[in-house]
Design a protein around this ligand. Structure first.
Ligand SMILES: Cc1cc2nc3c(=O)[nH]c(=O)nc-3n(C[C@H](O)[C@H](O)[C@H](O)COP(=O)(O)OP(=O)(O)OC[C@H]3O[C@@H](n4cnc5c(N)ncnc54)[C@H](O)[C@@H]3O)c2cc1C
Length: 595
């Protein structure tokens, strides 16, 4: 045996470093856990990484539901990326994720490391408990045995959970199973297919292209039903193929065919005569691996169905949300032509994701998030986008921290009111949820402001974004931010009796109504900004009873947290907003204060 084995003990093991896994690991570490994040590739980000380059969309449905953008960790990532990566570099995005993870001393990151096995105990009633995961890093000839209290499978393919014997399903359910109108008459094993993206650049001079012998041949008739060749810099999600096969076992064959399709489409662009304006364009990058849309889906105590996605109601177990349409594709992708490349079943509201769809029904300490969550094929078609995967990830990471903190051994023991309170404290948005945290001392204060253009009480109304009534019965059309009357403004909280403060949390406006996306597509990028958000307060001062305790001159985040070295009795808190990035009047959604 060449591999040398290392034993690691941790609180929480996260397998898979896509957006779901990264957010789970960050949330858990920031809430006090020791975490091991195991990612089998050299970079973080999964389908959003430089290897695959899918742009992250989410509840705002590519800007069609303005204001619904996810907050929390994914907003922090998007705001950082927009400000620090104006050049739209996929590799810089990889580095950004790496930097965020590296900043957490509680996270041990194992890159190029595959989870390959588990140790499990089984109770008399058949329920299982994960004790350890086995992982291997072939590049260093290392094996790892990682013992943890809780585990998260964010691998997309579900390898960790499958090794542990977690119940899962694959393919498309029959209508009889969940009575879903969009389901098929009979269950079948087919899934959404995979795609291999490319990028090209205008070189300013004619660039001939000779296709390799293995490339497919396409003609104009092959490009119907949303298979548009509209620009050349970033192509094309509909290069899809392989959902009619096993996207796990047949992945190598699917990769070969997707490559032949990608180069075949480029051959069509360059040499069919249908796109003369592509004469100066040349391939700049072809993905080394396919982006995989669908493989296994775990079964939790709850399975999200088309009915849940189609509903705007929210409930006491909601820990995440989505808004992307049910976006179904024919499994054989390009070969299904002229059947459309996708049919998007649209709805105006936001849907809720309950905690019961994010943990296993038969492995007590296994959480999951991302594309392998507990959902039917039809519901998964809406939950699978990466903004939604990211907020699920933050939910399970926060849940793990709570479970470990209270000494629980099973996910089912989570205290949902306190989990939801913590998620919202960390700036997640839960539909219909209003901050009523009894520990938030700001709620005992009176807010006042100099010359406000919008009522100042809104900073204490518990709602941290402006909403649209179409999002659900819980949503209003009110404004929920205080807005200064001038480019500078001061906001004050006053307590009748001094309170002992240790932490202050501020939520600034970060322009949620604007789509914020890192995309290879010029068209998608034209709708976004690659700068700090102009609404966001750049320079502010925080005073306690007149004394300056913080001055920040380069803020670009929506949520800003200030911790004092020790509790301090305070009668008055003053936030002086000096200037926003765009020079307009500052807006503040919320101020919280904790002892
Ligand atoms: C072509 C294509 C187009 C899409 N279009 C969009 C879009 O425009 N916008 C959008 O938001 N979403 C889009 N999606 C969907 C989205 O990309 C996925 O649903 C999403 O990436 C799922 O996130 P995740 O974190 O669950 O999994 P992934 O992004 O798949 O990340 C999982 C990670 O785990 C790693 N892993 C797997 N097995 C192991 C193991 N045994 N040990 C350790 N690590 C492991 C994988 O290598 C991967 O890096 C698209 C998907 C595809 C394929």
């Amino acid at each position: 045996m060449t591999l040398s084995t290392q034993h690691i003990k941790t609180d929480f093991l996260v397998a898979g470093g896509g957006l779901a896994g990264v957010c789970a690991a960050l949330a858990a570490a920031r809430n006090g856990l020791n975490v091991v994040l195991v990612q089998n590739r050299s970079v973080l980000g999964g389908n959003a990484s430089s290897e695959i380059r899918m742009h992250i969309v989410g509840a705002d449905a590519h800007g069609q539901k303005p204001g619904a953008r996810e907050t929390g960790i994914i907003e922090e990532i998007r705001l950082l990326d927009a400000a620090e990566n104006p050049q739209r570099s996929a590799s810089v995005f990889d580095m950004l994720l790496y930097t965020l993870v590296a900043a957490e001393s509680g996270i041990t990151l194992l890159l190029d490391t595959d989870v390959v096995g588990t140790e499990v105990t089984t109770a008399a009633d058949g329920s299982r408990h994960l004790v350890a995961a086995h992982a291997e890093r072939q590049s260093t000839e290392d094996a790892f045995v990682i013992e943890a209290k809780f585990f998260a499978d964010c691998t997309g393919d579900g390898r960790l959970g499958v090794e542990a014997g977690a119940d899962f399903t694959e393919g498309r359910e029959a209508r009889s199973e969940f009575d879903e109108p969009l389901a098929r008459d009979e269950r079948d094993p087919q899934r959404l297919g995979s795609s291999m993206m490319f990028m090209a650049r205008d070189q300013g001079r004619p660039m001939p292209f000779k296709a390799p012998a293995w490339a497919r041949k396409f003609s104009t008739e092959d490009f119907q039903g949303h298979r548009d060749v509209h620009s050349y810099e970033y192509g094309y999600w509909w290069f899809e193929w392989g959902g009619q096969l096993d996207t796990l076992k047949d992945d190598d064959c699917i990769r070969r065919e997707c490559r032949a399709i990608a180069l075949g489409v480029w051959d069509y662009v360059k040499n069919s005569g249908a796109h003369p304006d592509a004469a100066n364009w040349a391939l700049d990058w072809v993905a080394p691996i396919t982006g995989k849309r669908e493989s296994r889906r775990f079964l939790g105590p709850l399975v999200i169905t088309e009915h849940d996605v189609g509903r705007a109601e929210t409930s006491a177990d909601t820990v995440a949300y989505g808004g992307w349409p049910m976006d179904l594709h024919p499994p054989s992708g390009v070969d299904a032509n002229p059947e459309p490349a996708c049919v998007q079943h649209w709805f105006p509201h936001l849907f809720s994701i309950p905690f019961g769809a994010l943990h296993s029904r038969n492995v007590g300490n296994l959480l999951f998030a991302g594309r392998n969550m507990s959902a039917t094929h039809v519901a998964f078609a809406a939950t699978r986008v990466m903004g939604t995967c990211a907020v699920m990830g933050q939910a399970i990471g926060t849940a793990a921290a709570q479970l470990v903190g209270q000494g629980s051994a099973r996910c089912a023991e989570v205290d949902l009111p306190s989990l939801r309170r913590q998620l919202v404290r960390d700036d997640c948005f839960l539909p219909g949820y209003r901050n009523e945290d009894p520990l938030d001392l700001a709620r005992q204060a009176v807010a006042s402001a100099d010359g406000a253009a919008a009522p100042v009480e809104t900073v204490l109304d518990g709602v941290t974004r402006d909403q649209r009534a179409v999002w659900g019965p819980w949503a209003d059309e009110e404004k929920h931010a205080w807005q200064a009357a001038a480019p500078q403004g001061t906001l004050t909280l006053t307590w009748t009796q001094p309170v002992a403060l240790r932490e202050i949390r501020i939520i600034f406006d970060s322009g949620l109504a604007r789509e914020l996306i890192l995309s290879g597509s010029d068209k998608a990028s034209a709708k976004t900004l690659r700068t700090p958000m102009p609404e966001c307060v750049r320079h502010y001062r925080l005073r306690l009873d007149g004394e300056l305790i913080a001055e920040v001159t380069d803020n670009l985040q929506r949520q800003c947290v200030h911790q004092l070295p020790e509790p301090r009795n305070v009668g008055k808190l003053t936030l002086e907003c000096v200037v926003t990035h765009g020079g307009g009047a500052p807006r503040v959604f919320e101020i919280r204060a904790y002892g």
